[in-house]
Design a protein around this ligand. Sequence first.
Ligand code: SAJ
Length: 449
Amino acid sequence: MVFWFSGMLSQMSNLEEKIARKSAHIAVVGLGYVGIPVAALFARADFPVLGFDINQEKIAKLRRGENPIKGKEPGLTELISSVIRNSRFRVTLDPDDLTDADIYFVCVETPIDTKTHKPDYTALKDALSTIGRYLKRGNMVIVESTIAPGTTDIIVGPILARASGLRPGYDFSLVHCPERLMPGQLLWKIEHHDRVVGGITKKSAKLAALLYRYIVKGRLDLTDAVTAEVVKTAENAYRDVQIAFANELALICEKVGADVYLVRELVNRSPHRDVHLPGAGVGGHCLPKDSWLLIAPVTKDRIGQLTVTARAVNDSMPAHIVTLATEGLREAGRPLKGATITVLGYSYLENTDDTRNSPSIQVVDLLCRRGANVRIHDPYVEPYSSPVKQAIQGSDCIIVMVAHDQYRTLKLADLNKWVKTPVLIDGRHVFGKKEARRYGFFYKGVGDI
Ligand code: SAJ
C-alpha cells in the first residue's frame, strides 16, 4: 500500500503533492463572513493559512483571536481563537506577506451599484491585482465571491494574467467556487452544503476539489467556470422570482378579498407547486443583488425582464406596508402624520441581527418622511433591543416587519392594552386577522386585509 501511495504521489503535480501533504500555503484575501470561516476551517484542517484584509480593526481583532463577525455563529469564535493560538491561521495587512502562498482564495464583496444595478467589482479587481503581483507558476486562484456569468473569463483571468505575466489554466489554475452561506450557520453551511467547483480547465477543478475535500462534507460538483457563475446567481434569482410571485398573489388577494395564506396552502396541495411566503419585502446580502448579477451580461440584449420585474415587485413591498399602515390608521380615525408607529423587526430575516438591505430600513425612512413618529424594536439589533412592551406602549400602530420568534410569543390581549390606537399591520403573517380583530385591532396583513 505504501508503495502504491508513493507511486501515486510521484505522478501528482507539485501543488497536488502539497495539498495531499497539507503543506500548501493558503492565502485568503478578504476576511468577511465568507473569508474568515473558510480560512479558519482550512487552518483547522492543519493547512498553513494567511488571511489578508485592508481593514486594520478586523486584523487587530483576529490577531487577538477574536471573531469580528457579529451575530450568533455557532463554533466560529472558538475556532478562530484556537487556530490563531496555534498559529495555523495568521493574518496580515501587508500584501507582501502573500508572497509564499500556493493557493489564493478571493472572498471579497461584489455589490451591485444601487443606481445602475451593474456589478461593482472595485474590491474584486483590487484583490486580483494584488494577488497577481505574487502569483507564481503552479499556483491556484479560487474565487468564492459571487460574480456575474462570464466574469472569470472576461475580468478575473485577464487581470491575473496582466499582473503576473502568467497564463490562466496553463501556468496557474483558476477556479470559481461560489460561496453558499447563510448568516447564523456559516461553518455548518461550508461543511455540509454541496458546492459547485467551476474550473477554467478540468485540471483546475480537480485540484480545487482535492483541496475542498478537507473541509466540505457535501457533494463537490465539478464543472466549468461559467456554469458555476450561472448556477450561483440563478439559484438566488430563482428564489427571488418565486417570492415575487407570492407577493403579487398577495396584492391580488387584497384586491379581491381573499386570504393569500389560505390560497397558498390550497395551491401548494397541487403537485409540484411551491408558492413561497408573501411578505414585507426581500432583504439580505444575496437575493437583492444576485438577480442583477445573473442578467448583467444580457441586459443589452433585452433579456432578463422577468428577473427585473420580480425585483421591482419585491422592492415595492416596503412601500405597500406603509400604504397598509396609512389605511389602517385612517380606519381608526388617525392620520399617519404625527402618529406614533412601532416597527417590530429591523433585520432582514427572522432571528438574525443582519440588517443588510433590510426592508425595514425603507419602511422607517418612508414613515419618517411622511411625518410619523417611528419607534424601532429588534431583539437582535442594537440599539433597538429594549423591552418590546416599552416600544409598543402608547403606540398608534404596530408594524410587524420580521417574524422573530419573540414576536410570535406576544399576546394580542397585551398588545391591545399597551397601544393607544389598535392598528396592527402584519408584514410576516405572525398574527391571524380573525384573532386580531377579535381583540379589537384594525388589522391589515400582506395579502389578507
Ligand atoms: N423571504 C420572503 N419570502 C420567502 C422567503 C424569504 O419574503 O418565502 C424574504 C426574507 O424575509 C428575507 C429575504 O427574502 O428578507 C431573503 O430570505 P432567504 O430565506 O432567502 O435568506 P438569505 O437571503 O440568507 O438567502 C440565503 C441564500 N443562500 C445563499 O446565497 C448561499 C439562498 O440561496 C438560500 O435559498 C436561503 O439562504 C435559504 O434557503 O435559506
